[in-house]
Design a protein around this ligand. Structure first.
Ligand SMILES: [Zn+2]
Length: 516
């Protein structure tokens, strides 16, 4: 599991550098990765907030309009992945995205039947997990659904989370986004809207102490932007009823219960009454009058699936992901409290194994993960975890077999394949560049914006003295890190070496023609 922010990938646990055990401290950690900025660091947070505030200006408006026009002109030239990187990066960068194959696969498995039942399968909706422990799930367009890590952590059953996702799918299918889009036009393009949403999540994440989001928000956003955020983030009640009804239909069509959705709504309705946790963004964007829940419950209880439970195997996957998220993003002490030794369930031991690596190091971690692996040898994510921690503790060579095994068990998991390429290139002697290039080419088809993937590719091409290809890969790495000037410099260098009008030369040209 890694944290993706501003095009960089971090190990969420590298934030614990101070408490790092000796056997990790002195060894090489992941390269090309600046230290993690977490919410725990008040200076970073202040800087981020300042950044958001200073960018909310009218010249920004002109600039974003300009970007939009330019993008329209260049749309044919520029690769789809370059385009996709733009608005998306803005939302992701405030809090960062959790990148984890296990969690992403689980969420994808939850979404597939629901999106199909909603008639949305053909829209290729991407689901992103935001590094935010507050409960929230939202859609901003017809192509992206955002789920806060907190929504996964706080959903006790798959059914609870699936219910929330079904409700969001109801908003997409119901066309409730057109109003959002109209607001977005007013709010200076989708680009800025994503920025605002990102900023709002940051605040809800605790900058102002949380209780009075209204006041904290006013401080952050210059008046009108904040009002726009509030108004566009608050669906109309009629739309809420419609999304509930749609969700109920999708759940019934897929033979699932609406119980989880109602449980979630009831939880938030009870919180909304004078609770300290009122700041949960989901409550703000989804007002939950009692009448609405009652109406939904009445209908749901008549469904033949109301009492249907999630299959035990799915519940286990859900619990494993929840345990992992807690373990990766909380202090080790908290993890041991939440999952005490008396709990010998697999998720609890998974969480403790992760916390053990953080608090004690690789030596204490290995027997724990090996025991889990002995019980579940074909779990790609246990192999990934072992490989990742070996890599992070400077044992790149030892990490390779685990990461290879993981990739073989889940060949679609491009983020794991990139980690494998990293381990191969970090082992003594640097590994075979052709093997590295082969893995990266496969992975970058799926992970189109992976700066670290392109950086590793550049190194591998460099070792083969393929300077044109190396420069192009560097150009992409810089581009996805948002360093446009460096990207252009490398693209120019690439063009000097590549055959004119060849596909790679054109890719370099796309970066050179890019204006913002
Ligand atoms: Zn809603």
């Amino acid at each position: 599991m890694t944290l993706e922010k501003n095009g960089h990938q971090f190990s969420p646990i590298s934030a614990d550098l101070k408490n790092m055990p000796a056997d990790r401290k002195n060894k090489k950690t992941l390269p090309v990765q600046p230290p993690l900025a977490t919410k725990a660091n008040p200076d970073d947070e202040t800087a981020m907030l300042k950044n958001i505030r200073s960018r909310n200006t009218s010249s920004d408006f002109l600039k974003s309009q300009f970007i939009k026009r330019r993008l329209n002109n260049l749309a044919i030239l520029i690769m789809a992945c370059l385009l996709a990187a733009l608005p998306f990066a803005k939302a992701a960068n405030a809090a960062g995205l959790i990148r984890d194959a296990e969690a992403e696969n689980l969420i994808r498995d939850y979404s597939i039947p629901i999106l199909q039942a909603a008639g949305l399968s053909s829209q290729n909706i991407s689901i992103h997990i935001i590094n935010d422990k507050n409960f929230n799930a939202f859609v901003v367009d017809g192509r992206n659904m955002f789920i806060n890590m907190g929504a996964i952590m706080q959903s006790k059953t798959p059914n609870q989370l699936i219910g929330v996702m079904a409700h969001e799918a109801g908003h997409i299918a119901g066309g409730h986004l057109s109003r959002l889009r109209a607001h977005a036009a007013k709010a200076q393009t989708l680009d800025l809207m994503l920025k605002i949403l990102g900023g709002a999540m940051l605040i809800a994440g605790g900058a102002g102490g949380g209780k009075d989001l209204g006041k904290a928000g006013q401080g952050i956003f210059a008046g009108s932007s904040y009002q726009t955020y509030r108004s566009m983030n608050q669906y109309r009640q009629t739309e809420e009823y419609a999304a509930d009804q749609a969700a109920f239909v999708y759940l019934t069509r897929t033979k699932q219960s609406a119980r989880g959705m109602i449980e979630t709504f009831e939880y938030f309705a009870s919180q909304a009454i004078g609770s300290l946790k009122y700041s949960d963004p989901y409550v703000l964007s989804h007002p939950l009058p009692r009448a609405r829940i009652n109406q939904l419950r009445e209908k749901a209880e008549r469904s033949p699936y109301f009492n249907k439970k999630d299959p035990p195997a799915l519940q286990l996957r859900h619990d494993m992901v929840r345990a992992k998220l807690v373990a990766f993003t909380s202090q080790a002490g908290y993890v041991y409290n939440r999952f005490p030794n008396s709990d010998q369930s697999r998720p609890a031991r998974y969480a403790r194994a992760i916390a053990t690596f953080r608090s004690t190091g690789i030596k204490a971690f290995l027997p724990k993960v090996n025991k889990l692996l002995a019980e579940d040898p074909n779990n790609p994510y246990l192999h990934e975890l072992k490989g990742q921690f070996l890599l992070e503790s400077g044992n790149a060579k030892a990490a390779i077999p685990s990461l290879k095994k993981s990739v073989n068990l889940d060949p679609r998991a491009a983020i794991i394949r990139i980690m494998l390429a990293q381990a191969i290139s970090q082992q003594p002697g640097g590994g075979n560049p052709d093997v590295i290039i082969n893995h990266l080419k496969k992975a970058l088809v799926r992970e189109k914006r992976s700066a670290i993937g392109y950086r590793l590719l550049a190194n591998a091409y460099g070792r083969k003295r393929m300077i044109g290809e190396a420069s192009l890969a560097s150009a992409h790495a810089y581009f996805f890190e948002g360093k446009l000037q460096d990207a252009k410099m490398q693209a120019k260098r690439a063009q000097n070496r590549l055959k004119k009008n060849s596909p790679k030369w054109i890719q370099a040209n796309d970066i050179l023609s890019f204006r913002r």
